[in-house]
Design a protein around this ligand. Sequence first.
Ligand code: SF4
Length: 349
Amino acid sequence: MEFQNKEMIQDILNKDELDKQDIVSLLKAADENDLQMIFQKADAVRKEYCGNEVHLRGIIEFSNYCEQDCLYCGLRKSNKTLPRYRMTKEEIIQTAKEISEAGIKTIVLQSGEDFYISGKEIEELIKTIKDRFGSAVTLSLGERGFEEYKTWKEAGADRYLLKHETSNERLYSAYHLGQELKERIEHLEYLKSLGYQTGSGNLIGLPQQSIEDIAGDITLCRKLEADMVSFSPFIPSPDTPYRNHKPAEIDFTLKVMAIARIVLKNVHMPATTALATLDADGWEKGLAAGANVIMPNFTPAGYRNKYLIYPNKKSDGDFLTNLFNLISSSGRFISAGYGNTLKKKIPSY
Ligand code: SF4
């Protein structure tokens, strides 16, 4: 029986295109040899499509205000215990300068869904960053207006991160208080049509989530032709309805990342800060499980501890030196490029 299962996992891994049932079978694999085959395959696919370079994206979390109320997130508007902040334009540009001076070619502007910050102000930020530093600009601002997306693309924004979080329509509406998954997908498709490199992904370990849901998350990323995918672990935040739910398991999270790499092939995938929060060696383990991106956080110290989507977020004072060391000790190197869309296309279904 064990022999048959080993054959089955190997047969699936030999396929060029995996369907949802194949992905479910891989997600259920528990035998040590099967897991080893999955991680080896993920590393080989990562090497084939991404090489050994690791892309760094410097994050600026410039506002922790949010008009949404997602049940799993510490920034949700109902969380009245969280001190709120907005960085000034000068502070944001100064932080962008620090990222650029560290040799990092991508600046990620991230916030909650904060409509107090106007589309015009975001547009000016994008233009200033592009003019002064020539960086690639990634936006991670939640769902905003379609006209705003267009203006920001014209201002020079390169990428937009908007995770779908779950491909299960019922759970999507439950986690997001009645909002609909199809709307999130419409935003992602519109962003893609404007020429943005788009990023999506899920949260692993959310309440009621099934293995089939996670397989659906991976196939949805493929359907959306996401350029970047993030499969990150759920960590409960104390001031949310899910405060007593257990966090995702690190080994399962790594398995999902490895399978996502095998299925999606030519995508950028981070070893997330949440992974490094869950496990002190999370970045190293993520890089070994198919990741090719790390997103160091440059949010100034006075604000960083207030961007609490989840608690105890990894925040290492000497993180850049440590990051360089861990990347080189894993036989990888930091990319000198911008880390745009990887060339080979995702097989279409
Ligand atoms: S997940 Fe995003 S949109 Fe939802 S509450 Fe948190 S910051 Fe706001």
